[in-house]
Design a protein. Sequence first.
Length: 654
Amino acid sequence: MASVDNGAQSETKDQATTSTTAATDPYNVEAAEILASSAQHMPIAQAAPIYEQILSLFPTASKFWKQYAEAHMAVNNDDAIKQIFSRCLLNCLHIPLWRCYIRFIRKVNEKKGADGQDEIRKAFDFMLGYVGADMASGPVWMEYIAFLKSLPAQTAQEESIRMTAIRKTYQKAIITPTHHVEQLWREYENFENSVSRQLAKGLVSEYQPKYNSARAVYREQKKYVDEIDYNMLAVPPTGSFKEEQQWMAWKRFLTFEKGNPQRIDSVSSNKRIIFTYEQCLMYLYHYQDVWYDYATWHAKSGSIDSAIKVFQRALKALPDSDTLKYAYAELEESRGAIQPARKIYESLLGDGVNATALAHIQFIRFLRRNEGVEAARKYFLDARKSPDCSYHVYVAYALIAFCLDKDSKIAHNIFEAGLKRFMHEPVYILEYADFLSRLNDERNIRALFERALSSLPPEESVEVWKRYIQFEQTYGDLASMLKVEQRRKEALSRTGEDGASALESSLQDVVSRYSFMDLWPCSSKDLDHLARQEWLAKNINKKAEKSAVSNGPATLDKIPAGLASNSNVSGKVIYPDTSQTVIYDPRQKLGTQHFFHGLYFCVVCLLQVKYLYTIVKSQGSSGSVIYNKKSGIGIEVNVELLQLLEQNFPASTN
């Protein structure tokens, strides 16, 4: 007795540990499997809460629904079984679960005579209408045919009806790509020959090409289905290798089905596509893109109502997905259903207290499109009163007033009102400056920059200084241009943004002033040299940073202020971060995932070597910094090493 008690205590302890794990990590698949396994050995009163807990997190896990139903079937709790099947069948298009449903229906109705047989027949038709396209549905077709053959026929008319039903079922089964399609075809031939050899010849000849097509499609389809893991539980995407592989497998399978490889009618083809999407969502239930693709496929197929239902289901599955809410609202608005669309936007706003800036902005745009200028203005005036209203809302509404309402005065007033709250936001300053530039308001642009730079801390003013210099290079004269450049140097030299030599004039300043877009007053080789010299000048007295060039990551400001702003260049030279390098240890047994990731990394490295050497040869550079004007990135390389690679490993560079 002691050993039994100890075993029970151990099982209870393990269950408690698993429950704790499930509470801290609700989508822990192993914990869910253990809980479900333990529930199978419990009385139904104890097991039911566990199943409900698991299924609240994994509502498309057909195996757990099946276990739950079978637990009630074991105690003949018919009402509970019916309720379970009503909750899960249409969302879990999986053959084992549906066969469990058929077993229950047959058990309940087999002793009810003709009425019971009719209920069973309806259940089979219902089942095959939803999962008859499954490759694993062959045994279901056979079971249904066997059931039809077993029905008694008292009169010739009843016999004729029975034979017609069997024939129609066979004819549906043999044109469906399943694992048992060949066996079903042989049985169909035997059936027709047993009824009438003369009639069989014509029917077999008629259906032979359709069967051949189904068999050929089955062989192709099997390649896609074999890649899919039908035991996978639906969890939020983590980016794991297995999840990505399953996502790609389903995408390939959906693309295959959308191509209608069997060349069947559009209604039947669409039915198969819907079935494939529904099965896909059993495993990729938390993937926004799958829900969106499914809904838009319905919309493009002309079934807007079905698309709306998919979006509604998607938002039940992913209630926090703002992206899907916007997509749903867009669909409603596009079909002229303004009030339903408005309700979706209002759900994004909630009570308005915790609404995001983006929700405010998109609702203002929606109101402007559908209810006019005044409705949008009124909402903006209310939204800006919120203490959490960010500068984005001001910028968005000002641009709406300027671009859509063609009212530059109101737009200007909005920017000015926002300036009182967001003078400390460099991005807001730059947006305001862009607006004034569109107005060609030179005087107010200068005034804005001066006001902003007088209040911004030097370390936060870098981008504003860059834009100010760019403005002077475009609008100012030489004196104002030089003056602003000098002021920038003085301001940023105190923050360490520039080096000790920041106050001195440099050739980079000239390059900055006399460049335009991707046009430069010097060659690429000169540009490389200047970038390297600037980095050396900044680090001339920093012995500690010498190791950063060879051993760690470092960045290089390419050319100060105007050069970067004029050319849309990031102005960064990038060095490899060797601190992230992992020393190879042959004793470590890495998994397949690491092997493929490592292989991918090696291929990318080889392609980069080829790209770098191509740049070296095209630029004729012998220096250690390659500067790509298009991307704005400079990379320190060892040219001799690249040449050596080309000589010894030509496949990597040519």
